[in-house]
Design a protein around this ligand. Structure first.
Ligand code: ADP
Ligand code: ZN
Length: 605
């Protein structure tokens, strides 16, 4: 049998495994169940693709999205691997062909939707076949605690006992501790080997800016990065359209993407972006799953995302190539209310409670006055010591003001309300609201009532949230989020100790991370500039596009930028040299080798 390393070189043209790919592959090859948690772009697919290629039989890969399946199958086929999809997008003739290839033992990997996999007829068929293993991609979808729960994933747990003796591997890029344990439980993995890699994406700079005239903020940010690819996420379709129009009027090559557009328009935008013909895509979260564009330089969240999982996954679409990239979040207190209202529309109470909790964590992140990366990583159960030097807080310490008088007013209001009300109510009391709820409770007679009229609602929300972060107030999540005083408040209320809080921030960064002194420049960052005017690189890029058009796949399926760079640097003269280039395996050398070599020869004269 071919070794894993040999297959990696022969099929994918890669020299070596990245840790811990090799350990995962070893575990799966010995027939163990595995659970893999690795950040986006770290290379999860290889972990099951290599064993699928070298083990006898066919690997069944469960994937939630048709576009994801198609991407992976296209990529595998380009590398000469027999792979297919089995899902609702196939015509009945195509489906018959797939089943026939499956039956004849031709396929090494079959990507299947959970709906199809759970059909008993299909399972009967599988039971008669030689199956190498089952891989459950995006495994967090099985958990109700995850952010992307899919009911059709739940039944996957029943497979484990039905396919006794066949290993299972679950993979995900995003799962907090609770979700992780739940995934293991639900998939019923047996004594699994567990691999949890670090979550950090050090090349992404995290920034949160207080939302204030957000269109101008966005415009300033995008203009300062003209020529770079970026994604702008917002919560509603209407807003996507409005922002796109605004950016277009400002002369920016922007396009809109959301589920309201038909498939043709959506793929036009996706392809245009993929090919760098569209600079900015403004989108709802519908855009992204299955997007593997390596050179996205920034991701802007125009609205507050619903949870940290989604946020981190979306920001993670920036900088897959490892070059300096940015994640900007525009954060307004009003967004919290809108997000909450959206959640309240749901009809499953358990789900609602989970979603509200996740939203609160998101708000805490946006409000935090400590290293962003630390907050993100600790959310995912990873602890880092020290500052990251690549987030807004680390790069520029927050400005503070003496908030003692306001803090006292807030604490007194909480005290007078007998520590039985949430943030919104406390703020309403401070601001002297005439809401029916307040009047009915005769709370307009409290001493604290109306004492905070000098500050707008947003300020008070920010002050209260900062007090929670500082441990002066407890927000009881189990109990409607009511605010309670902690013993730490005593020195302020009794002993005249003063408190400082952070001033809100509204200015966006004009400078890109690569040009800022503190961020690590790295030699890749410098290389970037030279490739843009390297004529061989440009020529190879054009050739890649021509091949991609001919093959009807995105350019990155033909090869990545790193491969183009190596071709431009090393200028292979023959097939042997060509096979030394990362990303060129035997199939690609056979298929495109002569074209690539001819282009290089031609350029060198
Ligand atoms: P994930 O699914 O974890 O987001 P992918 O499997 O899409 O990541 O891999 C990200 C990129 O890294 C892909 O372009 C892939 O081909 C590349 N890659 C993965 N493993 C290796 C390796 N060992 N050497 C070089 N490139 C790799
Ligand atoms: Zn930091």
């Amino acid at each position: 049998m071919e070794s894993a390393r040999e297959a990696l070189k022969r099929v994918f043209g890669y020299e070596s495994f990245r840790a811990p790919q090799d350990q995962i592959i070893d575990a799966l090859m010995t027939g163990r169940d595995c659970f893999v948690l690795m950040p986006t772009g770290a290379g999860k697919s290889i972990c099951f693709q290599i064993p699928a290629i070298i083990r006898p039989g066919v690997a069944i890969v469960v994937s939630p999205l048709i576009s994801l399946m198609k991407d992976q199958v296209d990529g595998l086929r380009q590398n000469g691997v027999e792979a297919a999809c089995y899902n609702s997008s196939l015509t009945s003739q195509e489906a018959r062909q797939v089943l026939s290839d499956l039956g004849s033992g031709k396929l090494k990997l079959l990507y299947v939707s959970p709906e199809r996999l759970m059909m008993s007829e299909f399972q009967e068929r599988l039971l008669t076949l030689d199956i190498s293993f089952f891989a459950i991609d995006e495994a967090h979808c099985v958990s109700q605690w995850g952010h992307d729960f899919r009911p059709e994933y739940v039944q996957l747990g029943s497979l484990r006992s039905k396919f006794e003796g066949i290993p299972f591997i679950g993979l995900t890029a995003t799962a907090d501790k609770v979700t992780r344990e739940d995934v293991l439980l639900r998939l019923k993995l047996k004594n699994p080997a567990i691999f949890v890699s670090g979550f950090d994406r050090p090349n992404i700079r995290y920034t949160v800016v207080e939302k204030s005239q957000p269109l101008s903020q966005l415009d300033a940010f995008v203009q300062a990065r003209s020529g770079d690819s970026g994604i702008v996420y917002c919560l509603s379709r209407k807003r996507v359209d409005a922002i796109t129009e605004y950016l277009q009027k400002k002369g920016i090559s922007a396009a809109a993407y959301h589920a309201g557009y038909d498939a043709t328009e959506r793929s036009r935008v996706q392809e245009g972006f993929q090919k760098d013909e569209i600079q900015v895509v403004v989108a709802t979260v519908a855009f992204g799953m299955g997007i593997d564009k390596p050179n996205v330089r920034y991701v802007v969240h125009y609205d507050l995302p619903k949870n940290m999982e989604g946020y981190y996954q979306e920001t993670g679409r920036a900088g897959r190539d490892g070059l300096p990239s940015e994640a900007l979040l525009l954060f307004g207190a009003g967004d919290i209310m809108s997000a909450r209202r959206l959640i309240e529309l749901g009809d499953n109470p358990t789900q609602k409670a989970v979603e509200l909790k996740k939203l609160n964590a998101m708000v805490e992140y946006a409000e935090a006055q400590v290293c962003r990366r630390r907050v993100i990583l600790s959310y995912f159960g990873e602890y880092r010591i020290g500052a990251c030097d690549n987030c807004d807080i680390c790069l520029e310490a927050p400005e503070e003001f003496d908030a003692t008088d306001d803090v006292k007013l807030a604490l007194m209001a909480v005290y007078e309300l007998k520590q039985r009300f949430g943030m919104g109510y406390v703020v309403d009391i401070l601001r002297g609201s005439k809401s029916a709820r307040i009047l009915d409770a005769y709370h307009d007679g409290l001493a604290a009532y109306g004492t905070g009229k000098h500050r707008p609602l947003d300020d008070w929300m920010s002050i209260l949230r900062q007090l929670v972060q500082k441990g002066l107030l407890i927000q009881d999540a189990e109990n409607y989020g009511i605010l309670k005083l902690t013993p730490e408040t005593r020195p302020i209320l009794r002993d005249g100790v003063r408190v400082s809080l952070a001033v809100p921030r509204v200015k966006v960064q004009q400078e890109k991370p690569a040009t800022k002194g503190k961020a690590k420049k790295g030699k890749k960052g410098k290389k970037e500039a030279t490739y843009e005017d390297n004529s061989l690189f440009q020529k190879l890029r054009t050739l890649r596009r021509q091949i991609a058009d001919r093959e009807q796949v995105p350019a990155y399926i033909i090869c990545g930028d790193e491969t183009l760079r190596q071709l431009a640097d090393k200028r292979p003269k023959n097939r042997t040299d060509l096979l030394k280039i990362s990303g060129i395996g035997e199939t690609k050398a056979n298929k495109y080798g002569s074209e690539l070599l001819a282009a290089i020869k031609d350029e060198l004269g």
